[in-house]
Design a protein around this ligand. Structure first.
Ligand code: ZN
Length: 311
């Protein structure tokens, strides 16, 4: 399964699992725009104060209703089922015949638990802002709608993270099952295209079954490094790195996939093709240069990394 297919699968699963809060909020925004233009004539003219108060009441009431009537239990159940499905799919991708437990891992359960409180808080914050903020112009209304949309962003972020995490968990469980049956198998880290510097450092890392991943090259800033053992990606919000089984030898030979992924990652850091600010890219390149001998950097990569480190 390639990265694009995996993303399409995950998007499909999470759309089925979670209601489209974004569409609800967009509809609300549209309805408010209709009211605004009906009263003010167009979106460039300020509102008369009385009309502004009416819109304020309607907007706040709609956000309160949304907060009270959203079926959080259904969201949680939908995402939990999606996670179970993703675990099974992840395992099937490794080996069609291997059966793994679909029980959701602890961190997924924590994420589901925190989601309800987070969504409620987002919608409450937005309603509070609508009740107290200045409403004169159309732009005041759109900035309030942006705050309300944080709930939709949170739901998107959480469901992406949960489904992606679960899919990787499925791969990990399948590898564990195969290893317990005597197969020689390890787990291989595949960084997403344009990953952050920390994740790029894990690209091509091989973790024996039952052991956490350790980075191949610690080129990311300390502040971005995961704390505690890393069993599977995602390691941060929006991390789309994945793992795959590696059936190759413990002693890697030139041309093996882990080594190719590592070389690709070295080139990405040297070329500044990591998700980071320009200064962070330079720091990553600088760390790469200091690891040059250990990582057996090619001359070209080393030269590029030096140049980027100085930039
Ligand atoms: Zn990542």
């Amino acid at each position: 399964v390639n990265e694009a297919e995996l993303r399409a699968y995950e998007d499909r699963v999470r759309h089925q699992a979670a209601p489209d809060l974004r569409a609800v909020l967009d509809n609300l925004n549209q309805a408010l725009t209709v009211v605004y233009t009906a009263v003010a004539g167009n979106t460039r003219t300020p509102l008369p104060p009385a009309a502004a108060e009416t819109i304020r009441r309607q907007f706040a009431a709609a956000l309160d209703r949304l907060r009270e009537q959203t079926d959080y239990g259904r969201i949680r159940r939908g995402l939990r089922d999606a996670a179970r499905h993703a675990i099974t799919e992840g395992a099937r991708g490794v080996d069609h015949d291997v059966q793994v437990s679909p029980v959701t891992p602890l961190d997924v359960r924590w994420a589901l638990k925190g989601l309800t409180a987070g969504l409620r808080a987002d919608l409450a914050d937005a309603a509070r802002l609508v009740r107290t903020g200045k409403i004169e112009r159309y732009s005041d209304l759109t900035s309030m709608a942006t705050v309300a949309r944080r709930a939709a962003n949170r739901l998107d972020r959480a469901s992406t993270w949960i489904v992606h995490r679960a899919h990787n968990e499925g791969v990990k469980r399948a590898a564990e099952k195969l290893a317990s049956q005597g197969d020689r198998v390890a787990m291989l880290w595949v960084a997403e295209a344009n990953a952050c510097a920390t994740c790029t450092g894990y690209a091509g890392a091989v973790a024996p079954v039952g052991e956490p991943f350790t980075p191949v090259m610690a080129v990311g800033d300390a502040s971005g490094r995961p704390t505690g053992p890393v069993w599977t990606p995602p390691v941060h919000v929006n991390c789309r790195c994945s793992i795959e089984p590696f059936f190759g030898p413990t002693k890697l030979r030139p041309g093996d996939r882990p080594l190719r992924l590592r070389r690709e990652a070295q080139r990405a850091v040297a070329a500044g093709q990591v998700q980071a600010s320009e200064p962070a890219k330079a720091r990553a390149a600088d760390r790469l240069v200091s690891l040059a001998d250990e990582l057996l950097l090619t001359k070209t990569t080393k030269r590029r990394a030096r140049r980027r480190a100085r930039s």
